[in-house]
Ligand binder design. Sequence first.
Ligand SMILES: NC(=O)c1ccc[n+]([C@@H]2O[C@H](COP(=O)([O-])OP(=O)(O)OC[C@H]3O[C@@H](n4cnc5c(N)ncnc54)[C@H](O)[C@@H]3O)[C@@H](O)[C@H]2O)c1
Length: 318
Amino acid sequence: MTKIPRISIIGAGLMGSGISASGALAGNEIVLCDRDRDRLAAGIEACRRNIRQLVEGGLVAEQAAVGAESRVRGETELPAAVAGAFWVIEAINENLALKQEIFGTLERIVPRGVILTSNTSGLRITDIVERVKDRSRTATTHFWFPAHLVPLVEVVMGDGTSESVALHLREVLLTWGKAPVIVRRDVPGQLANRIFQAIIREASAIVESGLASAEDVDTAVKMGMGLRFPAWGPLEHVDTVGLELCRSVQDSVLPGLCNEPHAAPILGRLLAEGRGGVKAGAGFHDWGTRSHADLVAQRDQFLMQALRILGLGKWSER
Ligand SMILES: NC(=O)c1ccc[n+]([C@@H]2O[C@H](COP(=O)([O-])OP(=O)(O)OC[C@H]3O[C@@H](n4cnc5c(N)ncnc54)[C@H](O)[C@@H]3O)[C@@H](O)[C@H]2O)c1
């Protein structure tokens, strides 16, 4: 009987439970680890719900889901969690000191050759592995939320990451049906968040200047460029319209765009008004009159349809 590859995921929160579902569906044995027993149980339950959502969405067959569920188990102790794994993914809270501590321990207890990655969205892997001697086997693997539905995974190379480890991670993630990209320098925002933050900066500035309402900004992005993005990247767009035209559009539009190097002032004003977002009942939008749960459900349905059309997500029958 062939041995089932084992992956250890440290931190059974929002991201750990999503990554677990994707990894198990790709045929791996998953050991999910959380130091908090209740959070571990909740994380395993969330992983099961994620798998079930894909069954309900028609993307995963019942038999494959049962197989995936049987390959996920939990541990509260790190040494037991990482035993026999070929890859350890850290997905604990976004706290540099905590992550540094975990990587220090991992280096001591995990055999050479085992890949160690962090799911950090905002920290540098170079800083996280500061105390690790062999950094060649470390990298960031930044799964996007919700990790069981979004194909993008940014493989970010730290100062010490070896090329072969980054390439190997990309190969493994391709077998999961993910869409990995390699980011060659360890910079804030990695790759995709740099683009996303540029969009958010301009969107906030448009609302702030009164050019359009928050509703209309979201509609413009969702129903215009956003709708074609899965099949039509910005640079494919530039090549299609021609670089000559793109250059003249940039010369006329860019001087009027926001280039503020700090957080948008409107965020501070809304926060001061108690409009901190969905949890506060309002942010740019009023969530007292709109259902956020409906919005999330619509997003997930859309993502599942997109995965089907794109043929992504190779769900194992193992
Ligand atoms: N939430 C997102 O949308 C998102 C998206 C991409 C990346 N990330 C990144 O992923 C990571 C995890 O984020 P999250 O939202 O899943 O966090 P979360 O708070 O939902 O879960 C973190 C879990 O880690 C556990 N934990 C903390 N220290 C631990 C330790 N020493 N050993 C074992 N378990 C420990 C906690 O008990 C908790 O259950 C962060 O680095 C975050 O920046 C988050």
